[in-house]
Design a protein around this ligand. Structure first.
Ligand SMILES: [Zn+2]
Length: 360
């Protein structure tokens, strides 16, 4: 599942690698900094994660929003980035005009505060730049200096920011949202998966049978023949239910995500269908999505215990194969929260796309 607003934002920009940077423009670095232009990262905190594979690298992504207090016709012309480790520069990257253009869009929705609430006074987002980094883990990058070159009516200015790049320390001891065997069919953004803000470390899990088969022996290819269909979805940890929805229909065809079955507020996809959000009480929230129609067993305000049944694995919302979408996030809102990296105490492996696992 990819949640709508950010999915649309991401879909609008292709993401070439940053390797082919050009030399700095003649004016690079010299023009004045405009202190009335802010650079806002979304997610609000940047967490790097170890990449899969043997090469020890770490990756992170962000949208860098150009934010102003009045409407302005600012065009992004170039971006300079210094990656830092303990205040030492480990690498400098310059994106020239063409490289910048390929990564820049006008955000297609109204500006809000990072938690989704309305700003106290109006803000404007004339541009947003998509940035992605993969660096040697040994470089121990812990911050980045960003300088964006902007043109307005022939005049060039700069906006600057220093952004910490952190390693996430998970507080909640999570168990996977179902028991038994499964496979991860889609994982986080740096693993080729979910690209929206709150889902950037999300995991899609398909339930498998005892022999790691997707379909039950002797079954056809209907959704009911999936080994995971109807499996109990459980609370990954103790907490309070802050969102619960159970009125959405399942997709009838397990090979197709048909927009006809999306909720009206998700006309372009990214519909989580029936879902639950649990507040773990420590700034970490679990979101479990695509529950089967009429299977929801909790309501907002309920205290749940780890392992307690929330509903059944289904195919409601924007989903092809019956599966569970799980994400750990920084707040209750399913779009206006930061996604958080997550591991599960009952699964030894790091879960990436293609991982077969057994949640005991
Ligand atoms: Zn998903």
């Amino acid at each position: 599942m990819a949640l709508a607003a950010w999915a649309a934002l991401v879909a609008a920009a292709s993401i070439p690698t940053l390797a082919a940077s050009k030399q700095a423009d003649a004016a690079g670095g010299a023009m004045a900094i405009d202190p009335t232009i802010s650079l806002r990262p979304l997610p609000t905190r940047l967490y790097k994660t170890r990449d899969s594979g043997h090469e020890p690298t770490e990756s992170w992504t962000l949208w860098l929003l150009v934010e102003t207090r009045r409407p302005r016709a600012l065009a992004v012309q170039g971006v300079d980035i210094q990656l830092l480790a303990g205040k030492q520069v480990t690498r400098s990257v310059h994106l020239g005009e063409e490289g910048t253009k390929a990564l820049t869009i006008k955000p297609p929705f109204p500006p809000k505060r990072p938690d989704g609430s309305a700003p106290p006074s109006p803000i404007y987002w004339p541009q947003a730049v998509r940035l992605r980094f993969t660096e040697a883990a040994a470089a121990k990058v812990d911050a980045m200096n960003v300088s964006v070159e902007l043109v307005e009516a022939g005049k060039t200015v700069r906006a600057v920011a220093t952004l910490p790049v952190e390693t996430f320390r998970q507080k909640t001891r999570l168990i996977y949202p179902f028991k038994g065997r499964g496979v991860i069919t889609q994982a986080g953004v740096t693993n080729g998966g979910h690209r929206n803000r709150s889902g950037q470390f999300a995991l899609d899990g398909v339930g498998l049978d005892q022999s790691y088969a997707v379909y039950l022996p002797g079954g056809g290819e209907k959704r009911e023949d999936h080994a995971g269909w109807g499996r109990a979805l459980i609370a990954p940890a103790d907490g309070t239910v802050v969102r619960a929805r159970g009125d959405r229909p399942d997709q009838p065809d397990p090979e197709k995500s048909d927009p006809k079955y999306y909720a009206p507020e998700h006309p372009n996809g990214g519909d989580p269908g029936n879902h639950v959000v649990i507040d773990h009480g420590n700034g970490e929230f679990s979101m479990i999505a695509h529950l089967q129609e009429k299977s929801l067993r909790v309501k907002v305000g309920d205290r749940v215990r780890q392992g307690q049944e929330l509903g059944k694995l289904g195919s409601s919302g924007d989903t092809v194969t019956p599966h569970v979408h799980y994400q750990l996030q920084s707040g209750p809102d399913i779009e206006w929260s930061d996604g958080l990296p997550c591991t599960f105490v009952n699964i030894d492996d790091t879960l990436v796309r293609g991982t077969f696992f057994h949640a005991k």
